[in-house]
Design a binder for this molecule. Structure first.
Ligand code: G6P
Length: 366
């Protein structure tokens, strides 16, 4: 029954709508309120082993790579361990340095992506410590890793990943919380994060309730042939994932850029025909992000602000509202309106949402 459309116009729409319940499944039994940490039994690392980790590297392809980047940011922020993400396809071909005290995380919805599987095999051959973050239980990557964290998103049929992506974000938040709490993340910060994570499914449900308003914004900008997606620090992976969604299903060209890098080249592209989707969380970089909007407006570029802040009236041409959460979780929460935006824009253009041209749900060839 999971594979049926059950009244939805497409699997992508169904899967977007399923995100609150999918996320609840990922969190179930994994949040430890008493010790303000996460319990991830599948990773098979005790506190001592967790403390011996000096670096974390996420490997994945496509959306799984962007989710890994989001995860790396959380690990750095909460565990204060150097962390990064790399496309698994690059890693396997560049004779990577494999370190004993690095925790490698192989990220894959399907668990069958050939490039990611090959990266895991290369890591294991070199004695690297690798865990999986996969959705499909029993998949090749899950089996090859032998331990890890299952995403529990349920079956994902649409080529464009939605609920698996948000669950990756939440699972990496729990991993970062766990790594942080065996180090210097305080009980009070741990408790704040546990509470915010358990509220996240309801916040996503709130975003879903605003679907009609987001659809209107998408319709308004559906004649654009190209767009920028602008993020900064925490929201940079979110901007990349948002741009990816638009490209995949609408065929509108979208490029993600870090806000402060705009002035080093891309501003030259801005004119009245090129809207920018600007992510503006109400965090310590708010004034910087408002300045970014001004820079785009000054060149005549339309601005679609995605925000949980109070923006000065008339600053943005369109505003997509996001509920407030804890700032570290904004990168996950802000992904959902971008999915809905891409979905409605692609629909407006009459695209085949679930089966975009030239793409496959899981790429099992090199
Ligand atoms: C394909 C899909 C993408 C997906 C990527 C990685 O390219 O079209 O949506 O992000 O593979 O898939 P995985 O199953 O490894 O997460």
């Amino acid at each position: 029954a999971d594979y049926e459309l059950s009244g939805y116009a497409s699997f992508m729409h169904k899967e977007i709508s399923e995100q609150p319940e999918a996320l609840r499944r990922a969190l179930l039994g994994r949040l430890d309120e008493r010790f303000a940490t996460a319990r991830l039994g599948g990773i098979n690392l005790d506190a001592r082993a967790l403390r011996s980790i000096r670096r974390v590297k996420f490997l994945g392809c496509g959306s799984a790579y962007y989710a890994g980047q989001l995860g790396a940011n959380l690990v750095e922020e909460w565990a204060r361990l150097p962390a990064d993400a790399e496309p698994a396809s690059e890693f396997r071909y560049r004779n990577p340095v494999v370190e004993e005290d690095t925790l490698y995380v192989a990220v894959s919805q399907s668990g069958e992506t050939a490039d990611t599987l090959a990266a895991v095999q290369e890591l294991r051959r070199k004695g690297g410590r690798v865990i999986g973050a996969v959705n499909v239980v029993g998949s090749a990557i899950g089996r090859e890793c032998g331990s890890g964290v299952f995403l529990h998103a349920g079956p994902e049929v649409s080529v464009a990943s939605t609920k698996a992506y948000t669950n990756m974000g939440a699972c990496f938040a729990m991993l970062a919380l766990l790594l942080g709490r065996v180090r210097d993340l305080s009980v009070s910060d741990g408790a704040r994060i546990v509470a915010a994570l358990s509220e996240l499914p309801d916040k996503i449900a709130e975003v879903l309730e605003a679907e009609d308003a987001i659809a209107e914004v998408a319709e308004k900008h559906s004649t654009a042939e190209r767009m920028f997606y602008i993020g900064r620090v925490r929201t940079w992976p979110t901007a990349r994932e948002g741009a990816q969604k638009l490209k995949e299903i609408s065929y509108v060209h979208a490029e993600a850029y870090q806000a402060a890098e705009l002035k080093h080249g891309p501003l030259a592209l801005i004119d009245a025909t090129m809207p920018s989707v600007v992510l503006i969380p109400d965090d310590e970089l708010l004034t910087k992000n408002l300045a970014t909007i001004e820079q785009i407006k000054a060149r005549g570029g339309p601005v679609i602000a995605v925000t949980n802040a109070e923006l000065p009236n008339g600053l943005a041409d369109s505003v997509i509202r996001v509920p407030r959460s804890e700032p570290e979780l904004d990168p996950i929460l802000f992904t959902v309106p971008l999915q809905i935006f891409a979905y409605h824009l692609a629909r407006q253009l009459g695209r085949d949402i679930d089966k975009p041209r030239n793409l496959a749900k899981s790429v099992t060839v090199e």
